[in-house]
Design a protein around this ligand. Structure first.
Ligand SMILES: [Zn+2]
Length: 118
């Protein structure tokens, strides 16, 4: 049982709301999320097809994360060969509920589009 489950023992999966700003949609079946590489700082846009890559949390996967949908994806940017392993949970509207990113971090669309200032 996780920290949030202890705080909200009656909070069901259906009520779990995601944070807006981390995903954008692209047509009826396209979904983007954004990560930044830990190694080189590259910002990477990741496109998903909601019809094939995004999976519903049900059956044996239902208790493994807080979302209604999730995706597991290995991302490699163009600036280095670091493999970024992403597990992202989404709510029913494909907002991000939780994300576990190895070798990188989840960033918002705003972060992605902002220019780095030195
Ligand atoms: Zn990199």
């Amino acid at each position: 049982m996780g920290f949030l489950s202890n705080l909200f023992p009656n909070l069901g999966k259906r009520q779990t709301k995601g944070k807006t700003g981390y995903t954008t949609t692209d047509g009826p079946h396209g979904l983007w999320f954004y990560v930044q590489c830990d190694k080189c700082g590259e910002k990477i846009a990741v496109r998903l097809r909601t019809t094939s890559e995004v999976q519903r949390r049900e059956g044996p996967d239902a208790d493994l994360g807080p979302g209604q949908y999730f995706v597991q994806k290995t991302i490699v940017g163009s600036q280095c060969y670091q493999r970024i392993e992403a597990m992202v949970d989404f709510d029913a509207k494909y907002n991000v509920v939780d994300a576990i990113i190895d070798h990188g971090k989840l960033i918002t669309y705003k972060d992605f589009t902002e220019k780095d200032e030195l």
